[in-house]
Design a protein around this ligand. Structure first.
Ligand code: ATP
Ligand code: MG
Length: 416
């Protein structure tokens, strides 16, 4: 689990701010759910035989003996909350969330035990138009960050639960024929969760799978039509994609459309965003049948990608630093600072604390990153004035009255 230090928080704030603008632009509303949920919720939704539930959850008993889990993902909680508050049945909801998730994985670049996801969940809409919308939203974010040429969209369809079941049988038959060539993990998965074998990172397994039955050949007619319509829309909107019929997700609740945005720029942890349709989940968790589609984006991977590509997001620096020379000036200076904050709330003003001589205070002012030092000594206090020293320009110091100060600062910093 990581600390996010001041030098990194600028990039995070940029990412978070851009996400808030994105979701507002599509009319999505934020939902915030608790970080702990009952363990049962995740077992029932994500699936007992998945990496997350088998070995990655932070699960503990609370003082009542109830089993609780730190949320490993956001969808189950959204569905739980939607059902609990009657938001879903016969309604349309377009929701988003952002926050920490927890999985006990082996930490490495792009993989952490506390990480952050931004996610979208759209409920009550079953057509390919909403699948397209959530894909467009993710695509817009890459555009916004200037990294669209670094990520590739992969899509697939898992079909209906029935279609998936008959594909599963065909796949298991194939895997059994090649059991001798499987690694331990794939052998185990062949029995517990065979679709996950398709996801194996082992190149030998991937080579073997070239001859495996193809998921897309097993699609039911309606899912095939849905997938075709999505593809046509993507084509018409100029969104490039690759159909990857071995793309499956690590969570059991998906059906029909699944997609991932992947990059080569991060090494092994190349998936920055993953999502799909989960039409059965609302009912499975006790609600009335409601179609749904969404995605989750890993923010650490996004920040790493921006870093690797040298994209900005500098910490917001102080604009003005107030130096206070001598005790007699202190109250006047502090009142002046508070008045500035009243009248110019966007101004980033830091007040010097701890006294010291002029040289020391100016050094601090310089280190703060400020453009201006506002200097108040006894004389300024008496005259109701301020000295302005330009820290980044070769320009003489100025004395201004407090009345002139405000319009001057507004002009310099371009604030309203
Ligand atoms: P992976 O195959 O990389 O383990 P996953 O299938 O477990 O991914 P999801 O549960 O679909 O991933 O999560 C969506 C996104 O969240 C991932 O694509 C990734 O960007 C991010 N993510 C998942 N697990 C972690 C983690 N431990 N640390 C950082 N980011 C993560
Ligand atoms: Mg995982």
């Amino acid at each position: 689990m990581n600390d996010c230090l001041p030098e990194q928080s600028g990039a995070w704030q940029w990412v978070e701010q851009s996400i808030r603008e994105l979701v507002a632009g599509y009319g999505y509303q934020e939902i915030r759910t608790p970080i702990v949920e009952s363990t049962d919720l995740f077992k029932r939704s994500i699936g007992e035989v998945t990496d997350i539930v088998e070995k990655e959850m932070y699960t503990f008993e609370d003082r009542n003996g109830d089993s609780l889990t730190l949320r490993p993902e956001g969808t189950a909680s959204c569905v739980r909350a939607g059902n609990e508050h009657g938001l879903l049945y016969n309604q349309q909801q377009r929701l988003w969330y952002m926050g920490p998730m927890f999985r006990h994985e082996r930490p490495q670049k792009g993989r952490y035990r506390q990480f952050h996801q931004f996610g979208i969940e759209a409920f009550g809409l079953g057509g390919p138009d909403i699948d397209l919308e959530v894909i467009l939203m993710s695509a817009r974010l890459w555009q916004r960050f200037g990294i669209a040429d670094q990520v590739t969209l992969e899509i697939n369809s898992l079909g209906s639960p029935d279609a998936r079941a008959s594909y599963k049988d065909a796949l298991v038959t194939f895997l059994q024929q090649h059991e001798a060539s499987l690694d331990e993990e794939s052998k185990r998965r062949m029995h517990t969760n065979p679709l996950r074998v398709l996801d194996s990172k082992n190149p030998d397994i991937q080579a073997l799978l070239v001859d495996a039955p193809d998921l897309l050949d097993y699609l039911d007619a309606e899912s095939a039509e849905h997938f075709q319509q999505l593809r046509e829309r993507l084509d018409q909107l100029g969104i490039q994609y690759r159909v990857n019929s071995r793309l499956v997700r690590g969570l059991d609740y998906y059906n029909r459309t699944v997609f991932e945005w992947v990059t080569d720029a991060l090494g092994a942890q190349g998936t920055v965003c993953a999502g799909g349709r989960y039409d059965g989940l609302v009912e499975q968790l006790g609600g009335k049948s409601t179609p749904a589609v969404g995605f989750a984006m890993g923010l650490e991977r996004l920040v790493l990608l921006l870093e690797a590509l040298g994209k900005g997001g500098a910490p917001r620096e102080v604009e003005a630093y107030l130096c206070i020379m001598g005790e007699a000036a202190e109250i006047y200076a502090l009142k002046l600072a508070e008045a500035l904050r009243d009248q110019m709330p966007a101004l980033r003003l830091q007040t010097h604390c701890g006294g010291g001589n002029f040289k020391k205070q100016l050094k601090r002012a310089d280190k703060s990153g400020a453009t201006l030092a506002l200097i108040v000594g006894e004389e300024e206090a008496q005259q109701q004035q301020v000295s302005i020293k330009y820290l980044r320009e070769d320009r003489p110091q100025e004395y201004v009255g407090t009345a002139e100060l405000l319009p001057m600062l507004k002009q310099i910093f371009n604030h309203k």
